[in-house]
Design a protein around this ligand. Sequence first.
Ligand SMILES: Cc1cc2nc3c(=O)[nH]c(=O)nc-3n(C[C@H](O)[C@H](O)[C@H](O)COP(=O)(O)OP(=O)(O)OC[C@H]3O[C@@H](n4cnc5c(N)ncnc54)[C@H](O)[C@@H]3O)c2cc1C
Length: 472
Amino acid sequence: MSIVSARAAAPRQLVNQAVLEKLKRDVSGQIVLPGDKDYDAARRIWNAMIDKRPALIVYCATTHDVVRAVNFAMDTGLPLAVRGGGHNIAGNAVCEGGIVVDLSRMKAATVDPGSRRVIIEAGALLADLDAATQVYGLATPVGINSTTGLAGLTLGGGFGWLSRKHGMTVDNLESAEVVTAAGEVVRASAGENPDLFWALQGGGGNFGVVTRFEFRLHPVGPEVLSGLIVYPLAEAKSVLQQYREFAAKAPDELAVWAVLRKAPPLPFLPAEVHGKEILALALCYAGDPARGEPLVAPLTRLGTVLGAHVGVQPYVNWQQAFDPLLAPGARNYWKSHNFSKLDDRLFDTVIQYAGKLPSPQCEIFLGAIGGATARPRSDATAYAHRDAQFVMNVHGRWDDAADDQRGIRWAREFFNATAPFATGGVYVNFLTADEGERVKSAYGPNYDRLAGVKRRYDPANLFRVNQNIVPA
Ligand SMILES: Cc1cc2nc3c(=O)[nH]c(=O)nc-3n(C[C@H](O)[C@H](O)[C@H](O)COP(=O)(O)OP(=O)(O)OC[C@H]3O[C@@H](n4cnc5c(N)ncnc54)[C@H](O)[C@@H]3O)c2cc1C
């Protein structure tokens, strides 16, 4: 008997009732179906441009639930999506007419301060990780928006304020528990299933459902020197040139990112600056704040400061500083390049496009990584972009679908105009849904090895709702 009935039917009828009832009995978490009152909330993700209607959403409570859900997908042939934090711009946390394995209720964390390790379930957000580890004054490098999912971020590489000092998130991964396409629970580490472990360190969700991560931790804060220094767009070229010189000599402890956008109504900016185009330098010093202060002082002397708000604050607060600007519910379209150096002509193009932002929420940021992220060999982990000193993201963002065309055109034109200065590599976690032709650039020279690991762990490509690696 076929357990998947006609694909054209309404999603509720897609799955044979008896098979569904069995799944309901087998999992300890919750199953949400089309028509249920929670269905629309359950299928909604960070990027409001994504509007997919899964046949069922399984809120897993345990690794065992994940095994059941994976087996269900294998048996039924339904597409399978895995949701960590649901933040991915491409919308791969959900799928049309398939099963969503939703991990958002699996967030437990155990910290061992002695060995400086955390074991954390894969539905955790960055805020959950930071909250658990900062109790002990420990942290591992993750992204700059605390509501991002830890799982998707880690599996793509992961970088943030601590990365120049402590590397990519995957450089700090010690082990992972994985449910494979065969429904087996395996551990991956340097000593166990090392090929799988290598592939998880940047190969995305291609190899199984990670249910648990173990990370190495480092003493951080709990207070760090951090904040913003804001300059007018009119002075951006000169400020960016000085920023380039500064960044080249900055110690690993110091990360300074450049952001061009319209000024939000921040309390430390005069009212007349609100809504005007600005260049903001966002910084974090991941060492003793007293040592950081003289180091960051020159950043306030690069031109006419419109406002500055730099001080010592809890690391967890700085990790949440950008959350209000990045709240879920807006329509988002991104384009991204990696740069090994910053060319003057790149600055000209950045400034030109920052002068014609299609909405007040759009921004262009240059994230300074380098430091410890650039020292491993490009084949040390699946994340290959060890030549990237800066990751640029063109963040198109607006509220109204009527603005889609204009905003997307701006982002694409800007992306094309800046391509001549880029490395050609791209961070897999910044790819949108329409960038299939860039997937090989995202995995770079490691693609073929990844395709080999994929063949071993997922020969039928069950895990394909992602930036997909085709089994070799
Ligand atoms: C506002 C914002 C800020 C960001 N800032 C940063 C940043 O500072 N640094 C950075 O590195 N990245 C950043 N990102 C990118 C971020 O790393 C990706 O969006 C990432 O995919 C988010 O992870 P998630 O778990 O929320 O994603 P989801 O959308 O839930 O999933 C993304 C992909 O990962 C797969 N996946 C998720 N969980 C699992 C799992 N447990 N097992 C197997 N596969 C899984 C999914 O199937 C999907 O293909 C940012 C994103 C946003 C939206």
